[in-house]
Design a protein around this ligand. Structure first.
Ligand code: ATP
Length: 269
C-alpha cells in the first residue's frame, strides 16, 4: 500500500493576523521577505535575491506551522507539508524517493510552499545521523534544494525545535536564506493569542474580565497550550448544556493543562 507522506492544502486560510505573540521586528522582517518574494523583478533591480529557504525554530506549539501557512497564503502559494520523521526508518531508497516526489509534485503546482516540520529528523548533523540510508535521504533533500533544479516559484520552509542538531550543509545560504526564531510568547503575546482564541466564543463577564490576569499568570505557556485551554473550557460548557464559557470551565481547563504537563504551574501575576 502506498503511504502518503505529504499533505497538500490548496491555499491555506491562516493569515499573519491569526498568529499572536510574534516579536514586532520579526513581523517586519517577515513582511519585507514577503515583499521580495512577491515582487522578484523589483528586488532583483536593487540586487536582492528572493529567498529559497526559510528556517523557523523554537519550542513546540509556538506557531511555526501557522506561520508557514500564513506565508504561503500571503504569497498565494499552495501548501505542501510533511513531517521530517515521515522520511526516516524506511526501506532502502524510499526516503529519497519520497523527497523527490514531494518536490516534483510541488513544482508542477507552483507557486508552492514546501513545509517540512521536525526537519531535524531528516537534516540532522551527518555524524550523529542514523547511517547510510539517512545520509542518502538528506543528500536527496540537498539535491532537490539546489542541485541544478528549477525551483522558481517554490519556497522551502523548514521547522524545528532543535536548530543545534541541523547539518551545516543544510543550513548553507542558497538552501536556507533566512532563519527566524519563534519564541514562547511574553505576557503581551499571550494576551494577543488569548484574544485570537476567544474571538467568536461566548464568555461570561467574569471570564472576560480575567483574561489579562490569565495572560500574566501563564508564563511559559505556548500558543498551542493557550489555544487548548479555551477549546477544553468550551467543550466542558457544551457538555454541561451551556453556551457561555464560565469561570469554572476555565479553571477546569487550566487544571487539566497543568496536570497534562510536567513543567507547568500558574505563576503569580
Ligand atoms: P510544533 O513545533 O509542535 O510542530 P508549532 O510551533 O508548529 O508546533 P503550531 O502547530 O503552529 O505550532 O500550533 C498549534 C496550534 O496552536 C495552532 O493551530 C494554533 O491553534 C495554536 N497556536 C500556536 N501558536 C500560536 C500563536 N502564536 N498564535 C495563535 N495561535 C497559536
Amino acid at each position: 500500500m502506498k503511504q502518503s507522506t505529504s499533505k497538500e492544502t490548496p491555499l491555506p486560510s491562516v493569515t499573519l493576523n491569526d498568529i499572536g505573540g510574534l516579536p514586532s521586528e520579526m513581523k517586519e522582517e517577515i513582511q519585507q521577505t514577503l515583499e521580495i518574494i512577491k515582487d522578484p523583478g523589483r528586488s532583483a533591480k536593487i540586487g536582492i535575491k528572493a529567498p529559497k529557504g526559510i528556517l523557523l525554530y523554537g519550542p513546540p506549539g509556538t506557531g511555526k506551522t501557522l506561520l508557514a501557512q500564513a506565508i504561503a497564503r500571503e504569497i498565494g502559494a499552495k501548501f505542501y507539508s510533511a513531517s521530517g520523521s515521515a522520511f526516516t526508518e524506511l526501506f532502502v531508497g524510499v526516503g529519497a524517493s519520497r523527497i523527490r516526489s514531494l518536490f516534483e509534485n510541488a513544482r508542477k503546482q507552483s507557486p508552492a510552499v514546501i513545509f517540512i516540520d521536525e526537519v531535524d529528523a531528516l537534516a540532522g548533523k551527518r555524524k550523529a545521523h542514523g547511517g547510510e540510508e539517512a545520509e542518502k535521504t538528506l543528500t536527496e533533500l540537498l539535491v532537490q534544494l539546489d542541485g541544478g533544479h528549477e525551483n522558481e516559484g517554490i519556497l522551502f520552509i523548514a521547522a524545528t525545535n532543535r536548530k543545534d542538531m541541523l547539518d551545516d550543509a543544510f543550513l548553507r545560504p542558497g538552501r536556507i536564506d533566512f532563519t527566524f526564531q519563534v519564541p514562547l510568547p511574553d505576557t503581551q503575546g499571550r494576551k494577543e493569542i488569548i484574544d485570537i482564541h476567544t474571538k467568536g466564543k461566548r464568555l461570561s463577564e467574569a471570564v472576560f474580565a480575567s483574561l489579562n490576569t490569565l495572560a500574566e499568570s501563564t508564563s511559559g505557556f505556548s500558543g498551542a497550550e493557550l489555544s487548548s485551554l479555551f477549546e477544553s473550557a468550551s467543550r466542558k460548557a457544551v457538555r454541561e448544556g451551556r453556551d457561555v464559557v464560565d469561570m469554572k470551565d476555565l479553571d477546569y481547563a487550566i487544571d487539566r493543562t497543568i496536570l497534562g504537563s510536567t513543567s507547568r504551574t500558574l505563576n503569580d501575576p
